[in-house]
Design a protein around this ligand. Structure first.
Ligand code: PRT
Ligand code: MG
Length: 223
């Protein structure tokens, strides 16, 4: 039997959007992690398995070789730093935007113009730090682990840096996007050492992702 390959990914949107890509090559999970409590999910291909981890832990599992491949958002990869990882492919899934958002009543343009010192609440400290440094703005970063939208409402921060997809969460909390930082999508990541040792086993899996992406791009009329 050929050597086994482990793919780390999070349940929810990344799992759901990755499965159709693999299904193109006939690879399907034997269980659905949304319904099963199992963290190791076998597939119909004996040499390929998934491990289900928190989205922000995916790069860590791959960096240390506990998984050969992983699928993670650009947000997560920037915050992690990408050490020990190849990032060969943008899968173009789980797309959203990293935004600065503020209360409707907050004059962000004015604060930027006068060089006000901003209090910024975010889970994405690295991205926020780089963004405001490039604008030469002084900020106090307040690290949160979730529910960032609350911070401006209760006076913890002037603005937040968060991911936005439909915009409904901002709207429901009387926040408005005031600046886009970057487009975000999820990427395939590969353990660098594993790729050197198991290149012949790993290349076909990379090719599957590459051609599945091309097919879905074609369906969306991009090529
Ligand atoms: O949920 P958990 O704390 O376990 O981890 P996670 O939030 O990192 O995982 P998950 O599965 O929610 O997100 C995985 C990846 O999906 C992220 O790393 C992003 O790259 C990508 N993604 C795409 C998103 C969104 N869209 C998104 N809308 N991640 C989070 N959101 C959140 C956002 O933070 C905000 O709270 O959804 C809310 C806004 O959504 P809208 O539709 O109301 O604008
Ligand atoms: Mg989430």
């Amino acid at each position: 039997m050929s050597e086994s390959l482990t793919i780390a990914l999070s349940k929810g949107r990344i799992f759901e959007e990755t499965m159709p890509l693999l299904a193109v090559a006939g690879i399907t999970p034997l269980e659905n992690p949304e319904h099963s409590r199992k963290l190791v999910i076998k597939t119909n291909r004996p040499e390929i398995r998934f491990i289900i981890v928190r989205a922000s832990d995916v790069p860590t599992y791959v960096q240390h070789g506990a998984a050969d491949f992983g699928i993670a958002g650009l947000d997560v990869l920037i915050e992690h730093g990408g050490e020990g990882l190849y990032q060969p492919l943008d899968l173009n899934i789980a797309r959203c935007r990293m935004m600065v958002a503020a209360l409707e009543s907050f004059d962000y343009a004015f604060a930027v113009r006068v060089g006000a010192r901003l209090r910024v609440a975010t889970k994405y400290v690295q991205i926020a730090r780089e963004h405001f440094a490039a604008k030469r703005m002084h900020v106090d970063l307040i690290k949160l682990y979730g529910s960032m939208e609350l911070a401006p409402i209760v006076g913890l921060a002037d603005v937040i840096v968060d991911l936005v997809s439909t915009g409904n969460t901002l709207k429901a909390n009387h926040l408005v996007p005031v600046e886009q930082i970057m487009d975000v999508s999820s990427r395939l990541v590969v353990n660098q050492a594993a790729f050197k040792l198991k290149r012949s086993e790993m290349m076909p899996v990379m090719d599957i992702f590459r051609s599945a992406c091309r097919m879905t791009d074609r369906q969306e009329g991009k090529i």
